[in-house]
Design a protein around this ligand. Sequence first.
Ligand SMILES: Cc1cc2nc3c(=O)[nH]c(=O)nc-3n(C[C@H](O)[C@H](O)[C@H](O)COP(=O)(O)O)c2cc1C
Length: 550
Amino acid sequence: MFIARATTASSSTLRAAPSRAAFRSHSTRSTRLPSSSSWGRVAIGAAGALAVTYGLTRNAQTIRLEETKAPFEPSTPETRRAPDDKYLTLEEVAKHNLSQDAWVILNGNVYDLTSFHKYHPGGAAVIVQHAGQDVSSIFNPLHPPGTIENNLAPEAFKGKVDPKTAAKAAAAQDAEKARVKAVREALPPVETILGLDEFQDVASQIMVGKKGEYYHGGALDGISNAENKSSFRRCRLIPRVMRDVSVIAPQTTIFGVPSALPIYISPASNALLGHPEGELNLTRGAAKTGIVQGISFVSSFPLTDILEEKEKVEEIIGGKMGMVFQVYVRQEREKTARQVKEAIEGGCQALLLTVDSNTGDFRQSVEKMKGTTGSAEPGRKMKPFNEFTHNVHDPRLNWNDLVWLKELAGDVPIYLKGVSSIEDVRIAKEHGMKGCILSNHGGRQLDRARTGFDSLRSIHAEDPKLSSQIELYVDGGVRRGSDVLMAVALGAKGVGLGRSFLYAQAAYGEKGTIRAVRILESEIITAMQLMGVTKLDELKPEMVDCLRAL
Ligand SMILES: Cc1cc2nc3c(=O)[nH]c(=O)nc-3n(C[C@H](O)[C@H](O)[C@H](O)COP(=O)(O)O)c2cc1C
């Protein structure tokens, strides 16, 4: 598994081709590790990341993050003893099935590959795809003995599973694969999908249990998540009549890039959970329909694979596609810098700095399904969530950090994603930000945070000219063309959609992505005609009547 990469819709089809990701220096296609030390260096880098631990110290008022780096030690049979010599259950391992929490069983041993998979020479996708599962049958034929022992830090070893249960695990995995295959074969044709919400119904047949909940869920009570949709539904449009609407032009620019429609694919992690081609479906779909794709900082496919796909699809369409890169500022700044540079070199045209995630989210429903337990000590966060978020989110992030990011970005514009207050929009403008995305992160971060659309309404009411001084975008709850028009009428340059595209690709891959855009395109054009406008700038704030005061 360490050098194989799934390349087709069949998760069992693997080829031994190193991804462009790193390891470009190795032309080998063999299943043996390169003799040069660079494989080990990168693996050790990854292992080093595993060895970074963060402890929470609760003072009277503050939580302080302490960083303690443990030195890397190669694992040995002695260091690989199961903690407490206890067996881990298959159910326990199966809970760790996300890119930010990825364990695998290999020959009866359980390894945590969360920090490693991004450095996997064969791509992260194959690891994430099999997270929570027994990978022995695909790993063993491709890797020489000692691969694990020589390249992972001891901390990655979590324990052993009872060998007697291994056969049971393999049978359960096969049964799930067979179930998904049967469901996919029986799906209604993509042409029968007429509205975006139908993609969720279809995808939820494929993504049962916590996989489905991971896409669907919001933080805590899910109040912001639910309000995202309803905030659009509280408002009404006031059409103008008797105007020639025979020619409609819904084109615009999104993040400075020409776009066929005032919509874009909002960056979202773990597309692979729903479909083996994950983000690549979105890349192809966005390019072929002329909209911009936002790439998540923690996407399930490594950035290099996505950029490779971008190049391929650009050859097919005979031009450049729109792609922007979302940034989380990690505690390890140099890792953030590396990814930002890679994105810019790969042709990403803008950076979306997510600013609503200075600590992790907590989705109770998902954690419940995983069986996560809290701690007896009051105030301690749940463990799996904690481990991931400390690595990815830096709670020290503040306005001064924009100097560092602007330097990295050079000419590439930066937009802040996850802004709610007019004051923050104004400060962003002062700091030279090109725009702000008004968003509550799909209701996945601060529950009860105001919806992006309500923020837009409020900003427009307070300072109607602000949207002509700094670009404003909205995401969260957009499901219909009329939602898009309301946002544009109130000053948004465009809107982002997260879940709708995740579900569309989960259900139908690339075809689903294209279908989702076509559905929205048709709804936008029809609504523009019925509103009596031919171009987006003819949409005016007085055409929106919000029934409920903010
Ligand atoms: C499963 C999932 C994963 C997400 N991952 C990210 C992410 O990695 N980075 C980010 O900035 N936003 C992320 N988001 C938030 C989206 O970019 C967007 O703000 C949100 O989905 C918009 O709401 P909608 O799903 O109703 O369209 C994620 C959303 C979902 C549903």
